[in-house]
Structure formats: structure tokens, C-alpha cells
Ligand binder design. Structure first.
Ligand code: PLP
Length: 287
């Protein structure tokens, strides 16, 4: 049996859910998204994702078609009807389907936005065996647009980056602009040197990760030193540790960059510790 998904106010079997071919998400990537993780049937960092969603919509001059309470209710209902224990809820909101293709934005009074949510089940995802061995990354040029702080569905280049990594026998790519790492294709990037956690500072060059915010808060609470600034691939290769964060990967050690081992080429102590703290605290705060 397929999933039950949510489309514009209705809960439907996934093969009955439809969106117009004129939807601007489909024609122009004119839409935003969020992914909220589910652990033990509960939502992780829901408020953070809802706040970032509201900001993404506002930065693109789109209305917010669903209240915080209704959004939470839809997330919870989808988790319930689909029996999701571990996994995530994907949400996408577009500028709607004006009935033809036009670069000009439609009048929001006449064109309702499209709201789609669906679940993805990933049993045992917090116990991922990959977290024990870490991942390998390559570096590629960051040629994305300049508003990476908005979580748009324009994901072709990150998707190509992932394919370049796979072709090179690696797991992901770190994006490099003006000689410094911005972030991973779908995650934030960090290094650890002399016990200090270094990650790029927040501006429009990177997505303001919800997991990043939580992990840095927990790190500071645990008296770890944090420095928010750009770093190079060479600095990362010479670091003691490297790792990434995202809603679906949590904290994941990076053990190789462009074929060079980071530290001993195995996960160090900081990233696994942060993963443990993040999972423990997030489970406690889950709703
Ligand atoms: N950076 C990019 C480009 C992303 O696509 C993502 C997540 O999809 C992240 C960072 C991590 O953000 P979060 O921790 O909110 O999942």
C-alpha cells in the first residue's frame, strides 16, 4: 500500500495526488521546501523548520498559506497515518499554477499557492552504520545562485554534485567559492582543529541549517570552542576532524576530502560526541 500524502488541504493516496503541469514549482523552480526529521514518531526541530520556511517564503515575496498550528497538525497527521517511526516529512510550497507559463508572478489573489507534504520512512536512521565509519567527499566549484539562504527547490546543481561524488567513488561534494568551502550539497560543513569547531559564518552564501544552529548551541553549552568563518579545502585536509550536519544526516563524520585522509582517516572524538548529544537532546525536545 502506498503512502497517504497531503495536497492543498486534502489527504490522498500518493497515486491519486496531482499537481498541475502549469505549477510554477515545476516550470520555474518557483517554490521552497523543508525536511523535518522524525524519530520515534516525533518531529525534530519542527519550530526551527517552520520559522525558516516563513522566512524563505517572505524573501521570495510569497504568502504563507498555512498557519504554524495547521502545519504542525498536517505533519503529525501524516506521521500518524503513515506509521512513520523514523524518517522525515518533506514539505513544498510553490507560487501555484496560474494556468499558463509566464515569467511574471501571478496575482496571489487569483492563484492559490500549492502546498504538498509527504513522508519518507527510514527505519533506524539514527543508528546509521555510516556514522561509525564516516563519509568521503570531493570538492567542486560552487556555481549556485547567490541566495542560498533561501531553501528553494532549485536543486539541480546540488544533485549534479552528488552524482560527481558518486562517480568519484565518494559520498558527497563540498562546494568551494573564492577558495573557501561554502557547504555540502545538502548539508553544512565543519572542521575541528585543536578542539575548536570551525564552520562558515551565516550570510546568503549558505543555507542557515536548523541542525547547524542546534549543534553549535549544544557545542557551546558543552564548553567547546566555536569559530564561524570560511575555511579552505587544504585547511580541512589538515584538520583533526571534519563533519557535516543536516536534518536527515544529523552529525556525520567526514574522513576523506579529495582523496586525502582527515586526521587518521577514521571518525575522531568530537563529531561522534556531537552526534550523540544532538540525538539525545533532539529526542528529548521532539514533539
Ligand atoms: N545546506 C544545504 C545546501 C542544504 O540543502 C541543507 C539541507 O537540506 C543544509 C545545509 C542543512 O540544513 P538543515 O540542518 O536545516 O537540514
Amino acid at each position: 500500500m502506498g503512502r497517504i500524502v497531503y495536497v492543498n488541504g486534502e489527504y490522498l493516496p500518493e497515486d491519486e495526488a496531482k499537481v498541475s503541469i502549469f505549477d510554477r514549482g515545476f516550470l520555474m523552480a518557483d517554490g521552497v521546501y523543508e525536511v523535518t526529521s522524525v524519530l520515534d514518531g516525533k518531529l525534530i526541530d519542527f519550530d526551527g523548520h517552520a520559522v525558516r520556511l516563513a522566512r524563505s517564503l517572505s524573501e521570495l515575496d510569497m504568502g504563507n498559506p498555512i498557519s504554524h498550528e495547521d502545519l504542525l497538525a498536517v505533519h503529525r497527521e501524516l506521521v500518524r497515518v503513515n506509521d512513520v517511526v523514523d524518517g522525515g516529512v518533506y514539505l513544498q510550497i510553490t507560487r501555484g499554477a496560474p494556468g499558463d507559463r509566464d515569467f511574471v508572478f501571478p496575482d496571489p489573489e487569483e492563484t492559490p499557492q500549492t502546498v504538498v507534504l509527504f513522508t519518507q520512512s527510514k527505519p533506524g536512521m539514527a543508528e546509521s552504520p555510516q556514522a561509525k565509519v564516516g563519509i568521503k567527499v570531493i570538492s567542486i566549484e560552487d556555481i549556485r545562485w547567490g541566495r542560498r539562504d533561501i531553501k528553494t527547490v532549485q536543486l539541480l546543481y546540488p544533485s549534479m554534485g552528488k552524482m560527481m561524488a558518486k562517480k568519484a567513488g565518494c559520498d558527497d561534494a563540498w562546494l568551494v567559492e573564492d577558495g573557501a568551502v561554502t557547504e555540502g550539497t545538502s548539508n553544512n560543513a565543519y572542521i575541528v582543529k585543536g578542539g575548536k569547531i570551525i564552520t562558515r559564518n551565516l550570510n546568503s552564501d549558505i543555507l542557515h541549517g536548523i541542525t547547524r544552529a542546534a549543534v553549535l548551541r549544544f557545542a557551546r553549552e558543552a564548553q567547546m570552542e566555536v569559530e564561524e568563518r570560511p575555511f579552505t579545502i587544504e585547511e580541512a585536509q589538515n584538520a583533526d576532524e571534519a563533519f557535516i550536519t543536516s536534518a536527515s544526516m544529523f552529525v556525520m563524520p567526514v574522513v576523506e576530502i579529495d582523496g586525502e585522509a582527515v586526521g587518521e582517516g577514521v571518525p575522531g572524538s568530537v563529531a561522534p560526541r556531537l552526534r550523540e548529544i544532538y540525538l539525545e537532546e533532539s529526542r528529548k525536545a521532539a514533539i
